[in-house]
Ligand binder design. Structure first.
Ligand SMILES: [Zn+2]
Length: 127
């Protein structure tokens, strides 16, 4: 059943040759962390994901109102430390973070599943 599928970003695979995983993750980092990661030597993507989970995902503009749903879906996964997550859990997370302000968005688990299954930015593993 679709509802039972669990999604996860495959950190070992880079689907977009022009934009590395680190590049994509760097865009997600908060201002403070961006500075930190720019100056440092390359970090493993799992380290950056931990960082996003612990710090950046807690910032209020992590899920801001202008964010495309697809990006928000990735951010939801990262805020959970990229643990296998169902579309329902992502939907609940986004509904909570976006709240009433973005009521016109369709954030049903079915929509989220479809977005993840057609992902071009990241390789998404489905369990
Ligand atoms: Zn941060």
């Amino acid at each position: 059943m679709v509802e039972q599928s669990q999604y996860q970003i495959n950190l070992d695979k880079n689907v977009n040759e022009k934009r590395s995983l680190m590049h994509l993750f760097t865009e997600i980092l908060c201002k403070e962390c961006k500075k930190q990661y720019k100056s440092d030597e390359p970090s493993a993507s799992s380290v950056v994901v931990k960082n996003i989970q612990k710090c950046c995902s807690k910032k209020p503009d992590y899920i801001h109102s202008g964010l495309p749903l697809k990006q928000a879906t990735y951010r939801a996964l990262l805020s959970k430390g990229n643990r296998p997550t169902t579309a329902r859990q992502i939907s609940d997370f986004l509904t909570e973070r976006w709240g009433e302000s973005v009521y016109t968005r369709s954030m049903t688990p079915a929509v989220i599943s479809r977005l993840l299954e057609t992902s071009v930015d990241y390789e998404i593993s489905v369990k």
